[in-house]
Design a protein around this ligand. Sequence first.
Ligand code: DX5
Ligand code: ZN
Length: 215
Amino acid sequence: MEKIVSASILSADFLNLGSEIKRAEDAGCRYTHFDVMDGVFVPNISYGLPVLKAVSKAARSVLDVHLMITDPIRYVERFAENGADIITFHLESGSDIAETVGKIHSLGKKAGLALKPKTPVSEAEKYIDMIDMLLIMTVEPGFGGQGFISDMTEKIAAAKKIIGSRGLDVPIEVDGGINGSTAELVKNAGADILVAGSYLFKAQDMEAAVRTLAE
Ligand code: DX5
Ligand code: ZN
């Protein structure tokens, strides 16, 4: 089955964000991935609410917001108001997980739970039946253009097994270092949604790059 490709605009040309989003959508990306970094949870700062609002006006795709921020429950309402469709926050972020998921759902949005590379999948197990997506980070969050951590393929497979054994249908998203070759590994392990930034936006032929990830 075709995988969903989520274009991480962290690697786009920010001065031409509207046309960059359209370029990714026209190339076949069904999701647009919006990385929010607060300089505390991760050692980098990206962009936030006013940029999301502008992006949501330009995007036709699903807005896949990845919050790399401390205590995200304080902000989920404002991300929902500013156009997020899926709000993904980190298990390590300090907010109560069930409460944050509940708040995202009460806002009519989908809730994703993200795991840093060193966080075992077993820690997410008790939340698996309340979330709409599990994001397995395949690099340390904070920067685009890093190399894929190969141990993460086993973690994806373990997550897939847990989800399957519970009879659930929670999609697994992967994020970080995804390119033509690592995409094969993550798809074989069970990934359903592939986030890619540098691989897509630096590609000579973005449509061909999206096809490589999706097929
Ligand atoms: C990293 C971000 C990613 C990043 C991926 O912390 O969460 O979404 O943009 O970039 P690439 O695909 O270049 O590794
Ligand atoms: Zn991300």
